[in-house]
Design a binder for this molecule. Structure first.
Ligand code: IPM
Ligand code: MN
Length: 365
């Protein structure tokens, strides 16, 4: 298979982790005889520094003409500490999502058994958890009208949804549920918000077309509690942009660490794959970031954008073998992990590439 992939490292540890994600893709191409061509583009703080824009036109043009995107992260402490700055790295990410029509963000929360002890939640509560979030990505307070009035003393961000926006992601969630445990939990705040009442009404109507899928509704505050109380009670979770942002960071603890969670953003055309973690400037340059979220994002890319199931499963298996052999990055290590098994970013990448070679050798003999 011949495909063009854009590697979009972005800021902070984004660069370090996508380097490993790309190496794993290269290994897969070598093993399975694919031709992946790579290019790279600027986004975020780096893009602002060199071009003045968080997503220059040149980057956008490249992104629109490739087959898939492996993205790292954007952000820089300079902006976090100065809310008055008008041009911000995150605007690049939001513009990219909007321009590429990436309205559905899939965030699988799957706990590798080997990491049962890495979470702060009790193992008996966690064991067997397997949740797939569908977070809406191009609407809500993120994209509603925003501004200041009264000489800057009043600020607002309009939480807004249109029916078609809810319909298209709801269909995706129900379709996915059909291939899983056939349950959709739609999360909103319909007891307070009008946009949530439109959300709920629309999801109920779409749900009628999937009578084989069980639909339940939860308010976002209840969902936040239940995720920790009984994570196994969830299958597919369908929610808006802002609630989904918050709940998936919370749910990352079910998988042990943010460093393990990959995501896929899909919609009208090209798909984008990225860890759910951010640029993590506190550990940038130390070489200790966990590359597994980027590597698992590469697995989602192969599966969803290219339909390469075997290749994708190969990566999942390599990750689980590495974990089973006791290898950990610092974020998923615990007191019992021997020092020599704590790997840095590069050596965890090596470890996965090596696992892939081993499995491949087994397949051939
Ligand atoms: C995410 C991030 C982004 C978001 C930020 C960086 C704009 O937190 O992808 O979850 O809020 O969507
Ligand atoms: Mn987030």
């Amino acid at each position: 298979m011949k495909k063009k992939i854009i590697i979009l490292p972005g800021d902070g540890i984004g660069k370090e982790v996508t380097t490993e994600g790309k190496r794993v893709l290269e290994k897969i191409a070598e093993i399975f005889g694919h031709q992946f061509e790579y290019d790279t583009a600027l986004i975020g703080h780096d893009a602002i520094e060199t071009t003045g824009s968080p997503l220059p036109d040149e980057s956008l043009a490249k992104l629109k003409s490739c087959d898939a995107i492996l993205f790292g992260a954007v952000g820089h402490p300079k902006y976090d500490n100065d809310p008055t700055l008008k041009v911000r790295p995150e605007q690049g990410l939001l513009k990219m999502r909007k321009e590429l029509g990436l309205y559905a963000n899939l965030r699988p929360i799957k706990l590798f058994d080997e990491l049962l002890e890495a979470s702060s939640i009790k193992p008996e509560i966690l064991k067997g958890s397997d949740i797939l979030f569908f977070r809406e990505l191009t609407g809500d307070a993120y994209f509603g009208e925003k501004g200041r009035k009264d000489d800057g003393n009043t600020a607002y961000d309009m939480m807004i949804y249109q029916r078609y926006e809810v319909e298209r992601i709801a269909h995706k969630a129900f379709q996915a549920a059909r291939t899983r445990r056939k349950k959709v939990t739609s999360v909103d705040k319909a007891n307070v918000l009008e946009s949530s009442r439109l959300w709920r009404e629309t999801v109920q109507l779409v749900g009628k077309q999937y009578p084989d899928v069980q639909l339940e509704h939860q308010f976002v505050d209840t969902a936040a509690m239940k995720l920790i109380q009984s994570p196994r009670s969830f299958d597919v979770v369908l929610t808006g942009n802002l609630f989904g942002d918050i709940l998936t960071d919370e749910a990352s603890q079910i998988a042990g660490s943010m460093g393990m969670l990959a995501s896929a953003s899909i919609g009208d055309a090209v798909g984008l794959y990225e860890p759910i973690h951010g640029s993590a400037h506190d550990i940038t340059g130390k070489g200790i970031a966990n590359p597994l979220a980027s590597i698992l994002s590469a697995a989602l890319l192969l599966d969803i954008s290219f339909g390469l199931k075997e290749e994708s499963n190969g990566i999942l298996e390599a990750v689980s073998n590495a974990l089973r052999s006791g290898f950990r990055t610092a974020d998923i290590a615990d007191a019992r992990t021997p020092k020599e098994k704590i790997l840095n970013t590069r050596s965890m990448g090596d470890c996965i590439v090596e696992q892939l070679s081993l499995t491949h050798a087994t397949v051939n003999h």
